[in-house]
Ligand binder design. Structure first.
Ligand code: HEC
Length: 373
């Protein structure tokens, strides 16, 4: 899974530090920070309820980062990086010394191997069932016969894919899932809980109930990651978080994280290894999925739609799907590829490609959309 450029990057870094060491300089951050050195945490500028560069609602991670810095007697400085590709950003930003820690990373040793050390978990997060309060949603059984919005390439999508009685509506983000509920396009949603709760509270007057779901790959813990040679800082942060105690919970409540105990229902997904969470925002498709989608696209679709979807004819330009269809993009994509527009020259691909392959192609296309006007 890991690519070789990482090792090359590491070698380069080692070579660089040897070179700088020769001139008496050092590339590693000072081992003991003095009180004027800001605590710099990398975080996403636009990922509420977790983090935002908007000072009016900075988000859970940013407020927590501020409190930790205050406890350490240091100024706090967020370093904004989009977390769409968390692992890549950790490598490019944190391991290159641009921030001291990366907040909101899955607290799992397997996440990026031995290059990182983690704080204690700072919050528990997971997928949730969302529906009107009048509808009983305690487990998958309650979804039978319903239209259910799921984010593509996520564990909920995997689980529901094998249930013939549930009609899934694929969406690209929890926000889109909530919109489908509001528009009556889905009866329930099985999506990323904290983001669903945030939208529910801030944009939908708490019209829906958000019930966290227990099970494999459903709930996990987020932590702050540090480079492996910064266990000193990690230990200081752990102590600070311990001292903060209840104010951490108060922040979780402030940002509307689902507080109901996870429902057990009859959810016991058995899809080991699938759907590893990537970030604590809506888990996006992994770079590996996007790569796989690109390969599939170039093998199957490119002779009509252009290699990497680059081609001049507007009608077939798949880089304009977002501009053309906005939030309906993923639905339109799924409908078009599974039905075709045979009379117009677009083949029907159902039976040729699997749902998983469609999802990967969509992940690739999503990653190359032209910005909207
Ligand atoms: C034989 C040529 C051909 C191949 C191969 C082909 N397409 Fe198409 N596709 C078309 C044409 C032509 C259209 C435009 C149809 C129309 O005018 O509505 C189209 C339209 C589409 C649209 C809708 C675009 C829009 O803006 O409405 C999507 C999505 C799409 N194709 C996806 C794919 C994918 C994914 C593949 C590969 C699995 C693929 N196509 C392979 C010919 C092709």
């Amino acid at each position: 899974m890991r690519c070789h450029s990482t090792d090359k990057g590491r070698l380069l870094q080692v070579a660089l530090s040897l070179l700088l060491g020769f001139f008496g300089l050092s590339v590693s951050p000072p081992a003991v920070a003095d009180e004027t050195t800001p605590l710099r945490l990398c975080a996403d500028p636009d990922n509420l309820p977790f983090s935002s560069e908007n000072a009016a609602t900075p988000g859970f991670y940013i407020e927590l980062g501020g409190e930790i810095a205050r406890a350490l007697g240091r100024p706090f400085q967020p370093v904004w990086v989009p977390t769409y590709y968390t692992k890549r950003q950790i490598r490019l930003k944190m391991l290159a010394g641009q921030c001291d820690g990366f907040v909101g990373v899955p607290a799992e040793a397997s996440f990026m191997g031995p290059r990182l050390v983690f704080s204690k978990p700072i919050v528990h997060l997971g997928y949730a069932l969302v529906a009107a309060p009048t509808m009983k949603v305690n487990g998958i059984g309650d979804l039978r016969g319903r239209r259910v919005a799921v984010q593509f390439s996520t564990p909920p999508q995997d689980i529901l894919a094998s249930d013939n009685d549930v009609r899934t509506v694929t969406v690209l983000s929890p926000e889109e899932g909530m919109q489908d509920l509001a528009d009556g396009k889905a009866d329930a949603a099985f999506i990323w809980g904290p983001s669903a709760a945030w939208v529910n509270h801030n944009a939908m007057h708490d019209a829906y109930r958000v019930v966290p779901v227990e099970g494999d790959h459903m709930q996990w813990s987020a932590a702050i990651a540090f480079p492996r040679d910064r266990t000193d800082l990690r230990d200081q942060v752990d102590q600070a978080v311990d001292r903060l105690g209840d104010s951490v919970n108060a922040l979780a409540v402030k940002y509307g994280f689902p507080t109901d105990a996870p429902s057990r229902g009859e959810l016991s997904p058995a899809h080991p290894g699938k759907g590893e969470a990537q970030t604590t925002g809506a888990p996006p498709p992994s770079p590996a999925d996007i790569q796989a989608g690109r390969k599939l696209f170039n093998e199957t679709c490119s002779h009509c739609h252009g290699p990497d979807a680059l081609q001049g004819e507007q009608r077939r330009n798949l880089r304009l799907l977002r501009q053309r269809y906005g939030n309906d993009m993923s639905r339109m994509f799924m409908t078009t590829v599974t039905h075709g527009r045979v009379s117009k020259g677009m083949p029907n691909w159902s039976g040729v490609l699997t749902q998983d392959e469609f999802s990967k192609i969509l992940a690739f296309l999503t990653s190359i959309q032209e910005p909207g006007s």
